[in-house]
Design a binder for this molecule. Structure first.
Ligand SMILES: [Zn+2]
Ligand SMILES: [Zn+2]
Length: 134
């Protein structure tokens, strides 16, 4: 039996299904994640077997000055995913909070914490990295 996990943007035009997740997921406090997600940190996770079920035409891709690509819904603005420079859409990491139900993912690190906003408190039961993972 194949497990499926469903997610969507806020307006529900963009919906997707995956079959699994990468074993690493970090809360990222970098400035770009703060801006893109409009929050203290972003959490993205690699996925297995991604299918865009609806709303593919609503996907909008923003390429930042460093070449990283962020994908969002052009109707409701929901932050959906991230890719490294020149990566294909198939390699997208999805914003973990867009899944509809609980998913089998464990956050195992806090990264780029040197960019953390002063009003945000880190979790002390998770490894803390000033920049990326070592
Ligand atoms: Zn939307
Ligand atoms: Zn980040």
């Amino acid at each position: 039996m194949t497990c499926t996990y469903n997610g969507s943007c806020l307006c529900n035009k963009v919906t997707f299904t995956v079959n699994g997740f990468s074993d690493k997921a970090a809360n990222c406090y970098c400035t770009m994640c703060q801006k893109f997600h409009g929050s203290a940190f972003g959490t993205l996770v690699g996925v297995i077997g991604l299918t865009w079920d609806s709303g593919f035409k609503y996907l909008k891709h923003y390429t930042a000055t460093n070449g990283t690509i962020r994908t969002f819904c052009m109707e409701c603005g929901s932050s959906l995913g991230f890719r490294v420079k020149n990566a294909a859409l198939e390699e997208i990491e999805l914003a973990i909070a867009t899944f509809n139900d609980d998913i089998p993912v464990n956050i195992d690190a806090q990264i780029y914490t040197s960019y953390r906003a002063n009003w945000c408190v880190l979790q002390h039961d998770l490894p803390i990295f000033n920049e990326g993972r070592l």
